[in-house]
Design a protein around this ligand. Structure first.
Ligand SMILES: Cc1cc2nc3c(=O)[nH]c(=O)nc-3n(C[C@H](O)[C@H](O)[C@H](O)COP(=O)(O)OP(=O)(O)OC[C@H]3O[C@@H](n4cnc5c(N)ncnc54)[C@H](O)[C@@H]3O)c2cc1C
Length: 416
């Protein structure tokens, strides 16, 4: 079939790869000059089934509420006069029970594990380079009480087969000697040997180039989608500032912007942007940067070594579609990083960035058809879209081909 994919982030591009491998003629539309220029630009880089916890938990409402009067909260609510925000927050609150957190975490883990396995196949097939580090990730806790809670939390994932090792400072320093001088700063950690990391931007652009060169995928960049024309329960064409695009089948993968396009044709997608901040430091031979990715759980700062760069990310902020940032937004993250990695990179030359995670209240993405027979959703991958991307691409190709998905998609299928 002729298939048009709306969106050239990591989700649109992995979707293009799997659909093109099925023999379809694929075109990707994106408003940016190059793929992966929005949320898939500078994320934390963790491919981490071992950290696939649902954000909606019994603790989340209090943290969000506290952020209204206290600075420095990792989960922040900046109220806006936006009915979509409040509707989303209500649905999110509905997921904040122990039982829903368990169900959502288990579903996310299933997709993340499946996706990681497929990622390895994609890398083997395409040889895409993306500053990969595959020696596990470490989740560090600064107090014994926090470590104990962290270990309890892993039970949901461990029960589903994820491997973990609880480590003290000495063992952490054996895994990565970079922790030796700072091992007294944390009470211990949880090491997940199968988690990994890499630069989502390099991966997506490399894969897009492979798709173009080897699989004949066409990328129509600098092309802004204005709407979708529908008739008789089918999509007839995509309307853009560069003219109309027609195909047999269409896939919606516009990340946080999917709801805008969907709403115009009567589909309500429960996706809301959750802003995150990242900064990247150059790493030279004189620096001592971590060799594996992980999270400082006390401050919720993720750290990832990407070649000669150290990437740090933090914060989940509900503040609409604003992607602006100021140096002060990064102060807490920088302080935590300097404390843990005093010589981790060149702190005088940070590159700042902010992006919007396309979150659903459950934290799982949305697949399948709504009210149009030829419009497939592959969107809403939230804070784990890089980890989920290859699995989501394969699921998209399977369901469009009429094959059964290889994992249970309970709770992830579009309601028509
Ligand atoms: C700070 C931060 C840290 C993160 N860390 C991790 C992590 O460690 N691991 C992990 O797995 N995930 C992580 N994520 C999440 C991950 O980055 C996202 O889930 C993923 O990038 C979403 O990909 P996407 O393709 O859906 O969206 P995008 O990458 O945003 O792609 C959507 C595309 O649609 C295009 N578009 C939008 N509207 C239009 C329009 N009208 N016309 C044409 N084109 C349009 C955009 O240009 C964009 O290229 C993180 C996210 C953030 C913000």
């Amino acid at each position: 079939m002729k298939i048009v994919i709306m969106g050239g982030g990591v989700i649109g591009v992995t979707g293009a790869y799997f659909l093109a491998r099925d023999g379809h003629e694929v075109t990707v539309l994106d408003r940016q000059p190059v793929p992966a220029n929005e949320t898939s630009f500078a994320n934390a880089g963790l491919v981490a089934p071992g950290h696939s916890y649902a954000w909606a938990s019994p603790q989340a409402p209090m943290i969000m509420l506290r952020s209204l009067w206290r600075d420095g909260q990792s989960l922040r609510l900046k109220p806006k006069f936006d009915p979509h925000m409040w509707l989303w927050c209500l649905k999110f609150l509905g997921q904040c029970t122990t039982e829903r957190a368990r169900i959502n975490t288990t579903r996310k883990l299933g997709l993340c594990v499946y996706s990681q396995k497929l990622l390895h196949g994609v890398v083997q097939h395409t040889n895409v380079a993306y500053d990969r580090r595959a020696k596990g990730c470490i989740y560090l806790y600064r107090t014994p009480a926090a470590l104990e809670k962290g270990v309890l939390k892993t039970k949901i994932l461990a029960d589903s087969g994820q491997q973990f090792e609880v480590v003290d400072g000495g063992r952490a320093a054996e895994i990565d000697p970079i922790f030796a001088p700072v091992k007294d700063k944390f009470a211990g950690g949880i090491y997940c040997p199968t988690d990994e990391s890499g630069d989502v931007n390099m991966f997506t652009r490399g894969l897009a180039e492979f798709c173009r060169r080897e699989l004949g995928v066409s990328f129509e960049m600098d092309t802004t989608i204005r709407g979708i024309d529908v008739a008789g329960g089918r999509v007839e064409r995509i309307v853009t500032d560069k003219g109309d695009f027609t195909a047999d089948h269409y896939v919606l993968s516009l990340g946080s912007y999917s709801p805008f396009v969907a709403r115009k044709i009567g589909i309500n997608l429960p996706i809301y942007p959750v802003k995150g901040y990242s900064l990247t430091l150059p790493v030279g031979p004189q620096h001592e940067a971590p060799n594996l990715g992980g999270v400082d759980e006390e401050n919720l700062v993720a750290f990832t070594r990407m070649g000669d760069r150290l990437r740090l990310t933090a914060t989940a902020e509900f503040s609409g579609y604003d992607t602006t940032h100021e140096p002060s937004d990064f102060a807490a993250m920088l302080a935590a990083a300097r404390d843990m990695f005093p010589n981790g990179g060149d702190y005088s030359r940070p590159t700042y960035w902010a992006g919007l995670r396309p979150m659903t209240p459950e934290g799982t993405p949305i697949f399948g058809y709504g009210r149009y027979d030829n419009l497939f959703m592959n969107t809403g991958h939230g804070h784990m879209g890089w980890t989920m991307s290859c699995g989501a691409g394969q699921i998209t190709a399977d369901l469009i081909a009429g094959r059964q998905a290889q994992i249970d998609l309970a709770g992830m299928m579009m309601q028509s």
